[in-house]
Structures are given as C-alpha cells and as structure tokens.
Design a protein around this ligand. Structure first.
Ligand code: ADP
Ligand code: ASP
Ligand code: MG
Length: 407
C-alpha cells in the first residue's frame, strides 16, 4: 500500500462528466489499497474567465483581491469532486489551501510555498478518506489568500508529496506524458519514458508549460518521484528522475519554445563602466525580469545592448529604457513579434557540434537567428515569430527526435 498524491489539471475536471470519471479513477486506486491525496485545478478556462472579469474592472488588476477571485476556481472543483466521490461510496473530504494549511509568502499572484501543515491530512487519511486539496492557492502569515502563479496546481501537488513523503506524485493531464516537444505543434513528437529533473526544469523554464517550473524545482530539491500521465487513457507516462550516470543519454531530449517574448535594443550607449547597470537598473526596478542579454564589443566609444523580456512587460520595459537613455544617451528600439526556441539535453555536455548543426538546420529553412544563448544543457535562439512552427518541426526532424536513437 502506498501514499500517492495525484493532481488533475483543468481539462481533466473540465465538466461534470469528467469530474465523475476522475472520481471513478480515484475509487479504483482506493480499491487497490492506496492512500490518496488529490489536488485539483479549476475547470478548464475558469481561471482565464475570472481574470478577464477582473480586467474589465481594472485592466492592471493584481494583488490581494485578484487572489481572492482566482482561488474560487479551485474551490468549485474540490467540492464537486468530493460530492462525486460521495455518490460512488468513496469517502472524501475537501480542503482549500488555507484550511490545509498551505503556508506561503505574501507575494500575491506568484506566492511561494513555505510550509505545509500535514496534520489534518494525516488524520483524514487515517479515517479512511480521500483528501482533496485545492491547487494553486495558499495563505500567508496574515491569513490572506494567495495564489502560486499560472499552472500552480502542479506545485501544490509536489509540495504536498514532499511534505507527506508520498511514494509518488502523479500529474494527470491531457497528454500522456512529457514529449520531445509540444505534440500540438509536432504531430510525431515522441513521449519520453524518462527525463531528468535538470532537463525538465530547462524545458519548463524555456516554455514547455506541461509542468510549472516551481513544481520541478521542488521535486528535484526534495527528491519527489514525479510522473506525468494522461487522465483519459491508461499508460505509464513519463517519469522525472535524477540523472543516471551509467546510462548513455540521448544527446537531445527535447525542443521547448516560448511565444511570450519581446526584444529590446539600445544602440549608441556610451561605453564606460557602470553603463549596463544604469540601463538595466530601471528595468528591474519596474519588476521586469530580463532574460537573454547581449552586449556588443564597443566601437567609437559607444556600445549596443539587446535583451529579451516577457511580452507582457514590453511597453513598461520600453518606457523604463527611454527614461534611462534620456540621462545617459543611446537610442531605444524593440519588437514584440519574436519567439525563443531551445534545444535541451544533458547529453550536450559531452557532444560537440550540436549548436552548429542547429544553426545549419535553421539556415536551410531560411530562418534568421536574432540572438543566441547557451548553457551546458541547452541552446536557445530568438527568431521571428512567423517561423516558430517551421523552426520547431525542422529541428525535430533534423535531430531525428521522433526516433529512440535521437540526435
Ligand atoms: P493541465 O491543465 O492539465 O495542467 P497544461 O495545459 O498545463 O495541462 O499542460 C498540458 C499541455 O502542455 C499539453 O496539452 C501540451 O500541449 C503542452 N505541452 C507543451 N510542451 C509539452 C511537452 N514537451 N510535452 C507534453 N506536453 C507539452
Ligand atoms: N487554475 C490555475 C491556472 O489555470 C492553476 C492550474 O491550473 O494549475 O493557471
Ligand atoms: Mg498546467
């Protein structure tokens, strides 16, 4: 008998019928003798619907009241699932994040979990119940409701699994595992049997939203056995694991991409110490995260900077840079029709030539590379958004990712 934490995403609980189907699945796991803690998301589309309502009133809405609003989505599904389980004689009890308690910091809309109080969960499990917990939400020290950022139910599940020392954390979603790339873009993408935490973290950070980044960080840190599976069909899914040294790793595990990118360039900036700080300081003061940064070799006493930000932050970043350059000099330009495309794989460490092969494949398709950034296990390029699908498919084909002997 094992203790299993399961998480069902929005599509998996998107209608009454689907909630009833999830209840049947849970009953099956109970019948096999397992203890279950179940985390659910809001019904698909609900968090977007609530966000749109809030924006009708305040286009820049954020903070405490947005969390009060958004957390209602998950409160609906925990209650409905508990009722559905009750109807099939499978005792269950639902809890909101603040009832459990999922204690977080006070950063509304993207709070971090600090601690999980597992007493109540343990006593309900001992009483033979399935414990259902609302994903995506917590409570801060002052008792205010917080939410964990989009996709945050994954992190709730992993945090609970870590706190309860669960035998496995199962993330049920609308795909049957982690694929070499988003199967919605490449039809012959291949499901991976396993992927390392490190690779999954890169994939998630670089735009593969199948798991929230923090859930992977958490799982790696606390060594939570994590599996991504389909809600709709049987299968083993994808196991996210520590790196196994003795296994020959495929060179490339997958291709991630991010459509939410924008690029800013500042030219003719005086080339002297402290200038990067003076330019980028106001951008980070405006709470804008900067991603890739390139500074050119200076010429004629001036230099150029290019960097990327999230597309939502584009206008604010432009304004911050205009303020900075009015003091120190330089010309600001930018575009918000770019995307980032990345190859990820631990095997890159020991294989040279992957970057040049990537650049050749893109060149053969006539795709211009605007920026490049690399780390030990990834190569990212920024390209025009109109080439995204073409680029992903060409790389998937060129690196032979549909086949087991990839790269
Ligand atoms: P949920 O609502 O269950 O949390 P998400 O929409 O957050 O589901 O995540 C599942 C989706 O992630 C899939 O439908 C798929 O389109 C997308 N996705 C992106 N990259 C990948 C990938 N490499 N492997 C699998 N799915 C991916
Ligand atoms: N309902 C939230 C969202 O749509 C959290 C989640 O589904 O994980 O982002
Ligand atoms: Mg998700």
């Amino acid at each position: 008998m094992a203790l299993i934490v399961q998480k069902y995403g929005g599509t998996s609980v998107g209608s009454v019928e689907r909630i009833q189907a999830v209840a049947e699945k849970i009953k099956g796991w109970r019948a096999r003798g397992h203890d279950l803690v179940v985390v659910v998301s809001a019904m698909s589309g609900e968090t977007n619907r609530l966000t749109a309502l809030a924006r009708e009133i305040d286009p820049r809405c954020a903070g405490r009241e947005l969390d009060v609003l958004l957390s209602t989505g998950e409160q609906v599904t925990i209650a409905l699932l508990a009722m559905a389980l009750g109807q099939i004689d499978c005792p269950a009890i639902s809890f909101t994040g603040s009832q459990v308690k999922i204690q977080t910091d006070s950063t509304h809309n993207k709070a971090r979990i600090r601690q999980v109080d597992d007493h109540r969960i343990h006593s309900e499990l001992e009483a033979g119940k399935v414990v259902i917990v609302a994903g995506f939400q917590g409570v801060d020290d002052a008792g205010a409701i917080t939410t964990l950022g989009r996709g945050g139910s994954d992190t709730t599940a992993v945090a609970l699994a870590a706190a309860l020392k669960a035998d496995e954390c199962q993330i049920y979603t609308d795909v049957d595992g982690v694929y070499t790339t988003d199967p919605r873009v490449v039809a012959n993408a291949r499901r991976l049997e396993r992927i390392t935490f490190e690779e999954m973290l890169e994939m998630a950070s670089l735009g593969s939203k199948v798991l929230q980044i923090r859930s992977v960080e958490f799982a790696g840190k606390y060594d939570v056995p994590l599996r991504v599976l389909s809600s709709f069909e049987e299968g083993v899914g994808t196991l996210i694991t520590q790196e196994e040294e003795d296994v020959e790793q495929a060179r490339i595990s997958g291709i991630a991409f991010n459509r939410d990118e924008a690029q800013l360039t500042v030219t003719h900036v005086p080339d002297r110490p402290g200038i990067a700080y003076k330019l980028l300081g106001p951008v980070s003061d405006a709470n804008i995260e900067i991603d890739m940064i390139v500074q050119n070799v200076g010429a004629d006493g001036t230099t150029d900077f290019t960097f990327t930000v999230n597309r939502n932050d584009y206008q604010n970043a432009l304004e911050a840079l205009q303020t900075a350059t009015s003091e120190i000099g330089g010309e600001v330009s930018g575009r918000d029709d770019i995307v980032k495309l990345s190859l990820v794989g631990v095997g890159m460490r020991s294989h040279a030539g992957i970057a040049s092969k990537m650049f050749r494949i893109l060149a053969d398709e006539g795709i211009n590379i605007l920026m490049i950034s690399t780390s030990e296990i990834k190569i990212s390029v920024v390209i025009d958004e109109k080439y995204l699908e073409l680029g992903v498919r060409a790389l998937h084909e060129g690196f032979n990712l549909a086949s087991e002997e990839a790269a």
